[in-house]
Ligand binder design. Structure first.
Ligand code: PRX
Length: 641
């Protein structure tokens, strides 16, 4: 396989150029991890009080970083830059889907954050409280996040595509006091209302005392007296001074829910000090950020990628972060390239699903724009197939931009495996190596490293600063899911291969979690949603390989007697999932069947269903199958071999 090397020009200016610089970084991280992270924490961040210990493992796996240290995310993102030339630099360059533009400098952003923090503070919220943020991609979302961080209010952003039901579950789990939302947002030229979902969710959420509503689209919304207030009303008179609280390094910054192998989403808890450090370092090492860069991560702030690499990472290092509200193909499929050209974006980060969609749209669209400002490209969320990688490299990167294929998770908080663009020779489709200070490995079930060329489970052997600390309200599940499969080692849930040259290739999930368009969906959550519908007796959900979205959701459904397996019922069930979870979770196909393949003990054999949707045949061991005829009834052939 051809290796792709960075150009001499790129290497010459790289933050970590190949050769000694890269080697020394790796060696120091390995020989003295605590000294390594401690020195970086000192040079990268502001601390109101220095820590006593870099890493405290007394209660492992509940690791603690920079214990005794006091710091503040909002201060590190804003106040300290405003004491330098950066104060008038663009912090956020925003474009709305209809085409409006806003540029907020670091000073302006700091003022907005202080005003909104004052609003929250005057309503009695502070360290220890929880806020839910359910907003479109407007600058007020980072403003609200930073205002919470400033006061120590733990925020939980709920992706605006989630339904009222999903929103309610999260509010209840966190017992949040305040919900920050908007009337709606723009998506493909249409208004997507948000406030009605909040109203519906709040019918059963007694903890919520205040709702603050940002007016984005101007549609009619109902405001409940005594509970709801308009953002512009409360913001207008608020004080522009609201100092950053001196918070413990382990203060919970945010909780972000993600799907697991059960029906209940997991509240991933991230804290402040270590998270700040590792996302900062990723900006420098992986995105190679320079003072003159304009950086654009085209994700949604509602997912972890947006938290770490639209909001916190870019602002921590004082760069300009581009934020785009809407769909990539609106009004035409060249929207992203129009934005990249217009703002002269230098570093661009997106998902393989988006890249595959662009391949389908055709080269004419990027060809209409001058993309010569781009110097570095990134990919995240799912394995990138080599042909998509090569298209991205050639068509978007003009053959000159290294691509950083970054592997990480909501749980890891920050990038863990990625090339260093000025050093690592690239292989399309491989995340290459673990970053400095990250001890990732591929192992068998006993925890032994697999030999070069072997496949196994991806794990992380040593704690890392931006690691999640626990699951909200469920420390038992934290241990059970992540630290018990191979005792004492972080079990990622992905299969991986290490090739002869030591390069890592992430192959996909090993649990019942699907990855659709880079979004994690839980089989169990979808199944329990389907069986809650009146017509469904049983449901089994599997992922089918999909050219565009990586995987697509296929649901096998056995209807209750009396319900006919019609197209109308299939449509109704798809709509039901959209209503209960969100449109992005809607199954691509509903396949009705009067029975599902089960073991004699009654367990659904998803492996067989996966084979059926992938190959239309069933091979391998089916001796545990209770009723062989089910296979034929599902329309599959039985492989004789
Ligand atoms: O399966 C891996 C896949 O996405 C999972 C994490 O999903 P989530 O927590 O939603 O975070 C996505 C954005 C960080 C992983 O367990 N994944 C993520 N990045 C890659 C990837 N698979 C292969 N290559 C990647 N670069």
């Amino acid at each position: 396989m051809d290796l792709y090397h960075p150009s001499e020009e790129f290497v010459a200016r790289a933050n970590v150029p190949r050769g000694d610089a890269h080697r020394q970084l790796m060696e120091r991280a390995e020989s003295d991890p605590e000294g390594f992270w401690g020195d970086l924490a000192e040079s990268e961040l502001h601390w109101f009080r220095k820590w006593d210990r870099v890493l405290d493992d007394a209660e492992a796996p509940f690791y603690r970083w920079f214990t005794g240290g006091r710091t503040n995310m909002s201060y590190n993102c804003l106040d300290r830059h405003c004491q330098t030339w950066r104060k008038n630099r663009a912090a956020i360059v925003w474009e709305g889907e209809p085409g409006e533009q806003r540029v907020l400098t670091y000073q302006e952003l700091l003022r907005s954050v202080q005003r909104f923090a004052s609003v929250l503070k005057s309503r009695g919220y502070g360290a220890g409280d929880r806020a839910i943020l359910y907003m479109p991609m407007v600058p007020e979302l980072p403003v609200a996040m930073l205002a919470c961080a400033r006061l120590g209010i733990t925020h939980s952003v709920v992706f605006a595509g989630f339904s009222a039901e999903a929103l309610k579950t999260r509010i209840l789990d966190l017992e949040a006091g305040v919900v920050i939302t908007a009337d709606g947002g723009w998506r493909r030229g249409k208004v997507v209302p948000l406030k009605p979902a909040v109203d519906e969710a709040l019918e059963e959420c007694p903890s919520v005392r205040n709702v603050i509503v940002y007016r984005r689209v101007g549609n009619e919304v109902e405001m409940k007296a005594g509970r709801d207030a308009w953002w512009h009303d409360v913001d207008a008179g608020a004080s522009e001074e609201c100092p950053a609280a001196e918070l413990d390094a382990e203060h919970p910054l945010y909780v972000l829910y993600t799907s697991g192998t059960t029906g209940k989403p997991k509240g991933i808890v991230h804290t402040t000090g270590g998270y700040q450090l590792q996302v900062s370092m990723a900006m420098r090492w992986v995105f190679d950020i320079k003072d003159e860069d304009t950086y654009w991560c085209a994700a949604d702030v509602g997912w972890v990628t947006g938290h770490s690499y639209i909001v916190y990472g870019p602002l921590l290092v004082g760069t300009t972060t581009v934020m785009y509200e809407g769909a990539p193909d609106f009004p035409e499929p060249d929207r992203f390239w129009r934005i990249a050209d217009k703002y002269k974006v230098n570093v661009f980060y997106t998902s393989p699903t988006a890249i595959r969609a662009f391949i389908k749209f055709g080269e004419d669209y990027p060809g209409r724009h001058d993309l010569s400002s781009l110097r570095l490209l990134g990919s995240v969320g799912e394995p990138i197939n080599p042909s998509a990688w090569e298209w991205y490299h050639r068509v978007i990167g003009g053959g000159r931009c290294p691509i950083v294929d970054t592997w990480w998770q909501t749980e890891t908080g920050s990038i863990m495996v990625s090339p260093l663009p000025g050093s690592t020779p690239l292989k399309p489709g491989s995340g290459t190596f673990a970053l400095p200070g990250i001890d990732a490995d591929v192992v068998d079930m006993e925890g032994n490293s697999v030999p070069p060329g072997g496949e196994g489970y991806l794990v992380v052997r040593k704690p890392w600063p931006s690691m999640f600390r626990t699951l909200w309200g469920d420390p038992g599940r934290f241990i059970q899911t992540y630290w018990s499969q191979i005792p004492g080692i972080y079990f990622v849930g992905d299969a991986a291969r290490r090739d002869e040259d030591g390069y890592l290739w992430v192959l996909g999930r090993v649990d019942d979690v699907m990855n659709v368009s880079g979004h994690r969906l839980s089989t169990a959550e979808l199944e329990s949603t389907l069986v809650r519908h009146d017509s469904v007796a049983e449901a089994a959900v599997v992922g089918m390989p999909d050219e565009l979205t990586g995987q697509a959701v296929i649901a096998f459904v056995t209807p209750i007697q009396g319900y006919d397996p019609t197209d109308e019922l299939a449509a109704e069930l798809r709509e039901w999932v959209a209503q209960q979870i969100g449109k992005f979770a809607r199954p691509k196909q509903i396949r009705f069947s009067d029975a599902l393949p089960k073991t004699r003990s009654g367990k659904i054999m998803r492996r067989l269903l996966r084979e059926i949707v992938t190959t239309q045949t069933v091979s391998g061991d089916i001796t545990t199958l209770e009723d062989l005829s089910v296979i034929n009834r599902l329309g599959a052939q039985q492989d004789e071999e």
